[in-house]
Design a protein around this ligand. Structure first.
Ligand SMILES: [Zn+2]
Ligand SMILES: [Zn+2]
Length: 148
């Protein structure tokens, strides 16, 4: 299956299948966030796309729980298998989706690494991809995908 040819929607979900979702394209280019919260919740760093909330639909939410990770954002995860799935800021009209949970090919590209001041010391970044010390960066959309 080639998801880039799929103009209908993208699907995805957690490891066990208790959380499933659909996204209507277009999807925002991918931002990788290396902040402490993203590192802890993912075990490495977070790679996320985003869509307007009206382009996001849960098709199964049996295992979905939301953890309030800061005063202005929550993180969605599966309480059955522990998959980290979503990042949602109260004030934003978009929702971020962890790219690795999307089924099949996405056709997306990583356009920025943010919060690299907090990055781990055990991996290297592609120097051709722009890096920003904190969560201030020229967003491909008007909203930030991943600040705490
Ligand atoms: Zn699950
Ligand atoms: Zn982060």
């Amino acid at each position: 299956m080639n998801a880039t040819d799929d103009t209908e929607s993208f699907s995805g979900g957690c490891l066990c299948g208790a959380v499933r979702y659909q996204l209507k394209p277009p999807l925002r280019p991918v931002i990788a966030c290396h902040c402490r919260q993203c590192r802890r919740t993912s075990g490495n760093y977070v790679s996320a796309t985003a869509v307007p909330r009206q382009s996001f639909a849960l098709t199964s939410s049996d295992g979905l729980k939301w953890y309030r990770s800061s005063e202005r954002a929550r993180r969605g995860f599966c309480s059955e298998c522990g998959s980290s799935l979503f990042w949602s800021a109260d004030a934003l009209d978009t929702i971020s989706i962890m790219t690795g949970t999307i089924d099949g090919k996405t056709g997306l590209h990583t356009v920025a690494h943010i919060c690299v001041a907090d990055k781990g010391d055990y991996y290297e970044l592609d120097p051709s991809q722009p890096q920003y010390a904190d969560h201030h960066y020229p967003s491909p959309w008007s909203s930030r995908p991943n600040d705490e």
